[in-house]
Design a protein around this ligand. Sequence first.
Ligand SMILES: [Zn+2]
Length: 396
Amino acid sequence: MEQKILRQAESYRDEAVNFLREIIAIASPVGREGAVVERIKEEMVQGGYDEVKVDPLGNLLGRIGSGERILAIDGHCDTVEVGNPRLWKIDPFEGDLREGIVFGRGASDQKGGVVSAVYAGKIIKELGIPDDMTLWVAVSVLEEGYEGFNWEYIIKEDRIVPQAVILTEPTDMKISIGHKGRADVRVQTAGHSSHGSRPDLGVNAIYKMMPIVQQIEQLDATLPGSDLLGKASITVTEIRSTSPNLNAVPDSAQIFIDRRLTEGETVSGAVEQLKNLSSVKAAQGRVEVAQFEVKSYTGLRSKTTSSYNTWWMEPEHPLVQSAVETYEALFDDKAALRTWDFSTNGVTTKGKYNIPTIGLGPGDDKYAHTPEDQVPVEHLVKAMAFYAAFLYRWKV
Ligand SMILES: [Zn+2]
């Protein structure tokens, strides 16, 4: 079976590269994925998927088979912006191909993974999916900045609840088994305005905030670590204040905090920890997890809370073991386990709904979000073979 899948993946090499170059050329920054979704949808339809649909949030969902065991392969099609264009040596939307490497915005994070997943579906369609199985290839939207929000929608609204999920974010072809959680937390202090010439008559909200900022800086070093996921962290990322005028004492101040959570930590625990800081208590600071409004390209508006759970899989879990077996049967090489530094849709699939989840994706994640964004063609072909072969080795 593995040899057959490898041959098929190989036969799709050029087609997959061209498809990737094409979808890199269709810019799809977060919230503006409509055009790229249309193009990928075409590819699924041509690939013979049994059902292809776009949900009201804009996620593209391709199905093969209709059995009870449901496997989902997820890849997000939104990207971060280009940033300073002068830092790019190549055109970010050219889909440049040089010496077996495709360059451009989203090549590694993660249009490469999307291409491999969509083509794995084609291979599975050709080989025939076992009667008891369903494969959903999910091309999700709004991942950058709101990871997992897409899967909240797929699970709750589309009512697609897989028994296992493979994320196709870049892993340099290693098997990822988790990452830290995170939360954007806001702390507010209230003051009382007075004329800038009479500060003694007012309460300065910025002064009330200063000891809080200092204590947060000190808190970072005391946060716990884990062998698997690394050390938790906290940092202040933004500070704002309001005042009737530059000649007035500010009546409010707020800071935003990036909090990364390691094994054993929760978002609510991290909020409690902040509320209990002596500086926060003294200033009667208000601590809350930040909320954002998300607008999808379909026009749907929703509120989301910036709360993303830590998740990881035990290396002995049958899903991880199926992935290791698949990798080793295909590539005659030892599979390597790892975790991600960044956050993914796994915060919802595993972190919130406890659906066993792993990751394997083409491209080295060190290029994600950089002007050197790139993915090796070899990885595209190998990842395609991996996803297809995995389905036949998957043990629930
Ligand atoms: Zn990503």
